[in-house]
Write a new protein. Sequence first.
Length: 279
Amino acid sequence: VFTLIQTLEDLIFLNEELLKCPYVAVDTEFRRTTKDNMKLALMQVNDSSEIYLIDCLQIKEPRETCSFLSSPDPKKIFHSCREDIEAIYSWTNKGVLNIYDTQIANSLLGGTYSISYQALVKEKIGLKVSKDETRTNWLKRPLTEAQLNYAASDVYYLIDLYRQQIEEFSKTNKLEWLEEESNKGSALDSFIELPRDKLFSIQKKEEKEILNEFNNMVNKISRIERINPTLLFSKQNQRILVLNTLSFGLEIALQGITNWRSRLIKEHFSAIMKSFGVS
């Protein structure tokens, strides 16, 4: 069961109600026309008692009528939020605050990296979510009943997943890591472009040895902390951090990663780099 929101007046009323909620589940349906251009077609919101489908093509200028997204409260629950955030920005021209990402949460709890929503629902709740309308044209109107039901199903179980995960997080010290990871982007976002000149010069053989030791360290920490090693540091990001350390020095390079990662790896990574004469 869902309510379709197609007018600015209805969205204004809904927004006021959502601002009173502690948390809401959010998903989007969009069409990407080019790498840097996307059109938001539909936004689904579950407030734990009802699902709302907001027709973003019918409401062309939301202005402040979606302030629940850019406000600190409620908490916004997504699954794999990056493209959703981009799609929402294309419509509201504003960012989203206080994000909880069930995909990232699953990895921090030791689960499969980059798991799909359907797979996570199947694993944790034991139910199958349809994928029949995955490749449908969301810009075409009117939307079919099958499309609307599919869209609603994408937020139906998100709050259940959130509650399960919060229960698991209550037994760990990782909730702060999740909040940082969900709201500040992935590791190394700010240091992808590297200058050609380097403070430190090492041979390719030494670089390979450093990366091997770094990867062993990541795997060991992941086992101890019970988190997915790819989330902690993918091999690509391991190489970026090593190259950034050679280019900028250790302290500056570590500023380019999230605080929780830095706290976990700093001591061991520093020791590895110093053993190769890099500080």
